[in-house]
Design a protein around this ligand. Structure first.
Ligand SMILES: [Zn+2]
Length: 473
């Protein structure tokens, strides 16, 4: 990971006092024309909530994210930070995992998603400034072996937070919904914005490019924890617990959160690598408890945050939004969908396949491949081919993963509120050709045809296109 404090320390040493860069906000406003950048397809960088809403009336969003491998040792760390807490509507809090291929267990990625959380792209091999194949391959492998539809795998964070203009161009070409690789300090503490008129974060160190134009793709800045009010304050972006004693960190977390909550209510974030949480679990849980003790504080995925950005409602109405609900499908038998369908206390018990590779075993519901997924071949042939004994049928684009039985090759969705159609992708290895969705009227599309993920509802996923059961079987 990259600790931005190192870069900033160099900037401070060279005389750049970033807290004096108040002109950043002016620059952003001047290069984004509100008369041509029209909500919800285009949103200018702004310190204020969308559509002129009063900060006092909007939810205080809290984005908790995890990075890197989703595996046996890391998932319990995330769970220990999430299980004690609920959102104001009684649902478990939600988080986003920027997952890599290498060392991940695809069944655990699936279970993370099935629990209502978000999975986003962090490249196959954890490469900074990655080539397109690293980004595209990761998305394809997770789709194939974790069953997550392409329409839901549409966020990105650059490993080490190292990106270039080319990274954004790749994301734009691949129709990603958002990037979240940049840092925000108080002078550029923007709400999420679209990249129609350039990137406006990380400008203090010369990284940003205000000439980039990727219409409709969002930037969700990572809001730094500032370690003082002084001009020489250092921003801390990831794994803040590494930096000081527990008492000092707790004080900083409260102070920074309060600045958001009592100020413009720009989304507040905690960005962690589970392997580095160490003995800070209690510290974070105490802080999360504090945050949740305040009215209108919601822990959301990045996709949920963007759902709200597209259709902002007062905090008093957030509980009624379909994307904030949390009931799970009831399919009545264990079908290998990442859920404990039979309430046995064990997810996908007896139906997972374990795949043994030199780099370590992992499990999947969708058939072990002959070789480990790689950049050269992100979706290798399965050991059991179609028609052979033991074949697992991949999730078709017309069924939500939660409702798909890969052993019986059957979609168990039988009502209109769980039908689903994924976005189309190319089968070419060299690139993904996302069509921009199915043309549904019930799914929001931005100016570039980028797809806001379909809404999770009480019983799974709201229809993009209504597909009858007879068509699915
Ligand atoms: Zn990483």
């Amino acid at each position: 990971m990259r600790y931005i404090r190192f870069s900033l320390a160099a900037a401070v040493a060279s005389g750049l006092l970033f807290l004096g860069l108040a002109s950043t906000a002016v620059d952003a406003a001047s290069s984004c024309n509100p008369s041509t950048c029209v909500h919800p397809g285009c949103v200018c960088p702004s310190m204020m909530p969308p559509k002129g809403m009063d900060p006092k009336t909007v939810p205080q969003f809290f984005t908790l994210t995890f990075d890197d491998a989703v595996q046996g040792p890391t998932v319990p760390v995330a769970s220990s930070l999430m299980k004690p807490h609920t959102n104001p509507n009684g649902c478990p809090i939600k988080a986003t995992w920027f997952a890599q291929t290498v060392y991940s267990d695809y069944s655990l990625i699936q279970q993370w998603y099935a629990a209502g959380n978000e999975v986003a792209d962090h490249t196959m091999n954890h490469l900074g400034t990655p080539p397109a194949e690293e980004i595209v391959g990761n998305r394809k492998a997770i789709n194939a072996f974790s069953g997550i539809p392409f329409a839901k795998l549409n966020g990105f964070r650059a490993p080490f937070l190292n990106y270039s203009d080319a990274t954004f161009q790749i994301l734009g070409q691949e129709k990603f919904l958002y990037d979240s690789s940049t840092a925000a300090v108080p002078s550029d503490a923007y709400w999420p914005y679209t990249l129609d008129s350039g990137l406006h974060n990380d400008c203090w160190n010369g990284i940003c490019d205000k000439t980039i134009s990727i219409p409709g793709m969002w930037e969700i800045p990572m809001h730094a924890i500032m370690d003082s009010d002084l001009p020489t304050a250092i921003p801390h972006v990831m794994d803040v617990q590494l930096e000081a004693s527990a008492d000092v960190i707790t004080g900083l977390l409260h102070k920074n959160f309060d600045r958001h909550y009592q100020g413009n209510r720009a989304p507040f974030g905690i960005y962690l690598h589970p392997v580095h949480v160490g003995n800070a679990t209690q510290l974070y849980n105490d802080f999360f408890t504090y945050a949740r003790s305040l009215p209108d504080v919601w822990f959301v995925t990045n996709q949920q945050l963007l759902q709200w950005m597209q259709n902002p409602v007062p905090a008093s109405l957030l509980a009624n939004q379909p994307y904030m609900k949390c009931e799970q499908p009831a399919v009545g038998k264990e079908i290998c969908n990442g859920l404990d369908d039979t309430k046995s206390g064990s997810i996908d018990k007896g139906v997972l396949e374990t795949c043994n590779f030199v780099a370590g075993p992992w499990s999947t519901c969708y058939g072990c491949p002959k070789s480990i997924p790689s950049v050269a071949d992100p979706v290798p042939e399965r050991v059991a081919a179609a028609g052979q004994s033991g074949y697992r049928t991949p999730v078709p684009s017309t069924c939500a993963m939660e409702w798909w039985d890969p052993i019986a090759a059957q979609c168990l969705c039988q009502s209109s509120n769980c039908t689903f159609t994924d976005i189309a992708v190319s089968t070419n290895k060299g690139g993904v050709d996302l069509s921009g969705g199915s043309g549904s009227t019930s799914t929001a599309h931005n100016a570039a045809g980028r797809q806001i993920s379909n809404v999770r509802t009480g019983l799974g996923l709201v229809a993009v296109v209504a597909v009858s059961l007879s068509q699915l079987l």
